[in-house]
Design a protein around this ligand. Sequence first.
Ligand code: TEU
Length: 547
Amino acid sequence: MASNDWRKSVVYQIYPKSFNDTTGSGEGDIPGIIEKLDYFKTLGVDYVWLTPVYRSPMNDNGYDISDYYEVNPQFGTKEDLKELLEQAHARGLKIMMDIVINHTSTSHNWFVESRKSKDNKYRDYYIWKDGTEAGPPTNWESKFGGNAWTYDDKTNQYYLRLFDVSQADLNWENESLRKEIYEMINYWIDFGVDGFRFDVVNLISKGEFKNSDGPGKEFYTDGPKVHDYINELNRNTFGDKEVMTVGEMSSTTIDHCLKYTDPKRNELNSVFNFHHLKVDYPGGEKWTLANYDFIELKRILMDWQVAMDEGGGWNAIFWCNHDQPRIISRFGQDDTEENRVLSGKMLAIALHGLKGTPYIYQGEEIGMTNPKFTRIDQYRDVESLNAYSAMKENGMTNAQVLDILGSKSRDNARTPMQWNKDRHGGFTTGEPWIDVAENYADINVEAALEDENSIFYTYRKLISLRHEMNHFTYGSVIPHLLKDDALFVYDRIYNEETVTVIANFRNKSTPFPEGFDTEGKILISNYGDKSTELRPFEALMLYRQTV
Ligand code: TEU
């Protein structure tokens, strides 16, 4: 990316299938996104990222691409996409596409060819191996459960698929494959897109194919040639263009992320990592109910903040996406309206002071919550359905499993956007592909826009502060009180001026920290004033000249 301005940007993430349906099919579409462009302007974001809209059997809602050059008819046509770009650009908005280059759908023509025979031209586009006495080539586990290899009797070999059986991993060792990928990305650059989010891009370089003591991550995470591949991708596609890039990095490290985002290395602009969203996975286990570890949350966020700041790297900062439960139901409290609004604003203020590119996931800005599904037939996500079967097989009761899914499933984030209090929250005139959360009559965009004290206006204010004040983009990051059990506190220092962010993560009052300078002008707060103590879920940003 030639210019530096992208660092001041804020991105809004759309999950198109659940955003806005204009046809009554029960699934969102691209014309539905066009209809809402003015809404993004009202919020004030710069980029809009669409999760994949390419042709796909939708086993993993588009992360299983069968044709990179076509739009899934469910979402509309390529003309609709062109129209979206034009209308967005006319409003000064930019559009980011999601690119999945670690794997394709097994319905992709490359894979259809690849599995035909061992000497097929496309055989080597994927990772095929002979089995062993134990069965699969290695004991690696799929991220969606079970062994990561699938046997194909056509050629008596196994193919690697780190995700679903229908998502075969591509073989980046193959130069023709890499060239085809670059060609495809250039096609979308020429089409007019302004940015890319690269799905699990740190998994593209597989190392040795050996058995592991764990799920096998060490053999393919940030693998041996990953930086070479990403650098090659950069040089052959977006490197010299006005295209913003973010890589989704699974189980990565700070050292690798400093490399991925070091401008001198010509790899990517920024990275997502997920370590701060595993603080409620006891012993690394997602499918277990547990309170989140607040001290650990601060440690992880601040380790990354400080290291990326000092090392010249760049983070994406976020609480929510289409793979994570809703943040208010997770680190906040959604039991009463007062708690929902206070904790929702507090979480927004705590995050949006950090250094990096903020991402807002659809519905986060109005404080949407987990839907609290009570039946398994309400779930759609392949990962959740696999986990359901596995937990049942392990002897858990239906009620126990539903409890866990209710707080951990990816479907918690995938329920339809709540636009108004009409049937199905105004998302569709048909039957939605997944139930709308029952609280839509109270929590919806129309209500949020009408109420000047809504969570929406806190997000809007945070975005405009970032645009107006360089502190958030360029200021250094100084963490405080890392061992405090309630408060999340840090300074952003720029030009001898300090912005202090103070957030009380607990639903009880706590004194202002002793010996700590809490003077200054209030830039934003969720109570509107300052008291002698920090009230439940209170958060504020204070500005002062540094003496
Ligand atoms: O996710 C990658 C990933 O590793 C996780 O976020 C994963 O979904 C999570 O650990 C499961 O709990 C990306 C996409 O965001 C996700 O939606 C896709 O399913 C996945 O890649 C495969 O393409």
